[in-house]
Design a protein around this ligand. Structure first.
Ligand code: ADP
Length: 151
């Protein structure tokens, strides 16, 4: 069974993440959306809220699981028996950043990173922009799946 992990903060889940997960499911038997816990980072949404947004967005898709993890992504992959990391690429800055992470991960473990280019319609969206719009009471509903539109 081909399983991939889609790691990130998902603070909150955006339409860009949704697009990559939906397309990733066509390539893998299971996509595990893994919320990385970084104790040094301050989040807008609690872990429970972030998890709920993702679970509700994919409630009808049994091939998508949601988990949280601490530590290195490759260690978590080994722990749960996953051979692929799925990532989205929006722009050249993402590419440079992701390239360094993917090379490092390959040094650490025989795990392949699979990149999907973002859809043109969602390539400008980031969780940090969504948080900024929410903080300033702007209309963020176009930037996120329905499950996130509840705050
Ligand atoms: P991180 O904390 O690693 O920045 P994010 O939750 O922002 O995590 O993103 C996780 C993954 O989702 C990354 O691979 C990132 O490139 C991808 N991603 C983020 N925004 C988008 C978007 N608008 N379209 C497609 N992929 C995206």
């Amino acid at each position: 069974m081909k399983k991939a992990i889609f790691p990130g903060s998902f603070d909150p889940l955006t339409s860009g993440h949704y697009d990559i997960i939906t397309r990733g499911v066509k390539l893998f038997d299971e996509v595990i959306v893994a919320i990385g816990i970084n104790s040094a980072k301050k989040y807008m949404f609690s872990l429970e809220e972030r998890k709920k947004f993702i679970e509700e967005a994919f409630a009808d898709e049994p091939k998508i699981k949601v988990v949280s993890y601490e530590g290195l992504t490759v260690d978590f992959c080994k722990e749960i028996g996953v051979d692929f990391i799925l990532r989205g690429l929006r722009n050249p800055a993402d590419f440079e950043f992701e390239k360094a992470i993917a090379h490092t991960n390959r040094d650490l473990a025989p795990i392949e990173t699979v990149f999907l280019l973002t859809s043109a319609q969602t390539s400008y969206i980031s969780s940090s922009i969504v948080r900024e719009v929410i903080r300033n009471n702007g209309d963020y509903t176009k930037l996120v799946p329905k499950s996130v539109r509840m705050k």
